[in-house]
Ligand binder design. Structure first.
Ligand code: ADP
Ligand code: MN
Length: 515
């Protein structure tokens, strides 16, 4: 840390006479006997001097502080935001401590205990547990950084900053603290404290400093781990252990290699081993390992984006649990599909974030994706009708919308289409379920129309055919507007009645719930 200018006074806690020699406000006393014009001049001079000194001392940081969200009217909000957040964190910690006391009191030494874990406000990440940090390596920027600009509503503090700015003389120390704050690591967003003439008390400054330091250290640690994991490429040690155990137990014969490395998952091929008590293991298996980056990807999920409250809930969820949740979701969805007779991988076992299923393909060669295979026009037509049928089954019998249906997630095997990749699939009454369905329909319809299937319905016809709804709009914009109106109607229903409409479809079949 380079201590220049006012920052040099730091060791004296900034209050001793050390700063006076450097402080521009010391200057007026030497000219105080001159005439009134000089008085005015000196004040101006002092202002200029101060500006000069500050600019000289922290030129880059001031420039750096012009972050994407510290512009115009918001010029003074960033530091206040950080202060507010830190205070909030302090408050949340106290809240959690109280929760723990209550938990202890209620449980006493009873054998059965209850846990308030899910009600805690401070994520383990913030309370310095190292256990969970690995999972955050790729995700921490999302909830804590990218969304920061949108969290400004705690305006109570902002006014305060503005109030202080007018009185110059008594608060030099505070201003210095603000200046020193600029010496925190460059990626530590401190805002334009100098520009707004913010003064920090020593206490607040020290708290911020501490926070900045631990942030820096954490960042370094995470960076290290990230590099490590890229080197490992496929899976982390804990996952490897899980896979070893599967082979060791005899459930799998061998894991032969990696079929696919996607953004969200790594898929391996394995030969099945011995059947266990109640399980027949397919001769060839696909192992889908959900990656930590899944969080990053799924956080951009529309649902989350639209639900501001998610941030709070998210902070209470263990990131590892979130990853498992997606694996679990894929398992449940595959099971529903299996029960409806839709060609898809059969679930073998789910262990944490690792899903073992039957392999679609043969002799280690996975079935080609629909986008990679050249079908005869006959097969193309056959595939189209099969998919139309499967989409209807999925919607009506499984109460699901695939939500990522395209030629990338359909495999051609054994003369028919197999659906895969259903971790993101949702029920039609999901706040954006129908929009997802419409997107699916567009993908399917475009693929087959381009592929020369004359009978292929257009996206709107396909949507109606799948959902059983009768949206009559003859252009995409109106159609989509009607879809959104339906979704809104459902959301209103949720608001008013506390539960979803059972289904959008008019065929009266009760939806299937598996949980
Ligand atoms: P992602 O979310 O990464 O797209 P997918 O479930 O689509 O995950 O799997 C990625 C790729 O792995 C697929 O495109 C497919 O080639 C292969 N794959 C996945 N599951 C299986 C399976 N059960 N049998 C054969 N190949 C599979
Ligand atoms: Mn996929």
């Amino acid at each position: 840390m380079d201590s220049v200018g006012v920052a040099a006074a730091a060791p004296d806690a900034g209050q001793g006479p050390a700063w006076q020699s450097k402080c521009p406000w010391g200057a007026p006393s030497t000219t105080s006997i001159s005439c009134s014009l000089a008085d005015v001049m000196s004040e101006q001079l002092a202002k200029e001097l101060q500006l000069e000194e500050e600019n000289a001392a922290f030129p880059e940081v001031v420039a750096a502080a012009e972050g994407p969200f510290i512009t115009g009217e918001n010029i003074d909000t960033s530091s206040d935001l950080m202060l507010a957040q830190m205070l909030q964190m302090e408050f949340d910690r106290e809240y959690d401590a109280q929760l723990r006391r209550e938990e202890k009191k209620i449980n006493g030494d009873s054998k059965v205990s209850i846990s308030f874990e899910n009600y805690r406000k401070v994520h383990p990440y913030d309370s310095d547990s190292s256990e969970d940090e690995v999972d955050w390596q790729d995700t921490r920027h999302d909830p804590y950084r990218a969304d920061k600009p949108t969290t400004t509503p705690r305006r109570g503090f902002i006014g305060k900053g503005k109030d202080i700015t007018t009185k110059h003389d008594e608060v030099v120390c505070g201003r210095k603290n603000t200046a020193r704050m600029e010496n925190f690591a460059p990626e530590f967003q401190v805002g334009d404290g100098i520009g707004m003439d913010l003064k920090l008390s020593n206490q607040v400054f020290n708290a911020l400093k501490q926070h900045a330091y631990s942030e820096e250290r954490r960042s370094a640690r995470l960076h290290e781990k990230k590099e490590h994991s890229t080197a490992e490429k496929a899976v982390d040690p804990k996952t490897r252990l899980l896979l070893y155990k599967m082979v060791n137990s005899g459930m799998l014969e061998t894991i032969t290699g990696c079929i696919s490395t996607g953004k969200e998952s790594v898929v391996f091929h394995a030969y099945g081993g011995n059947a266990t008590e109640d399980k027949v293991i397919p001769p060839e298996c696909a192992i889908k390992v959900f990656k930590t980056t899944l969080n990053e990807f799924k956080n951009r999920d529309k649902y989350i984006k639209d639900d501001y409250r998610f941030k709070d809930r998210f902070s209470k969820l263990n990131p590892r649990k979130i990853i498992r949740m997606w694996a679990e979701k894929e398992m449940h969805n595959l099971t529903r599909m299996q029960n409806a007779g839709i060609p898809c991988p059969q679930v073998v076992i789910l262990k944490k974030h690792v899903l073992v299923m039957s392999f679609i393909g043969q002799d280690q060669v996975p079935a080609p994706k629909l986008k990679d295979v050249t079908l005869s026009s006959e097969d193309m037509k056959k595939a189209y009708y099969q998919i139309l049928n499967m989409m209807q089954q999925l919607y009506r019998e499984c109460n699901l919308v695939h939500a990522d249906l395209s030629e990338y997630n359909m495999l051609w095997h054994d003369g028919k289409v197999w659906l895969i990749d259903v971790s993101q699939s949702v029920e039609p009454t999901h706040p954006h379920g129908l929009e997802f369905l419409f997107r699916d329909c567009r993908n399917v319809s475009q693929f087959f129309q381009k592929g020369g299937v004359a009978e292929a319905l257009n996206e709107r016809e396909l949507f109606n055919a799948v959902s059983g709804l009768n949206i009559t709009a003859d252009n995409e914009v109106d159609f989509q507007a009607e879809i959104e109106a339906l979704e809104k109607m459902n959301e209103d229903h949720v608001q008013n009645h506390g539960k979803k409409l059972s289904t959008f479809s008019s065929d009266g079949d009760p939806p299937i719930y598996d949980e």
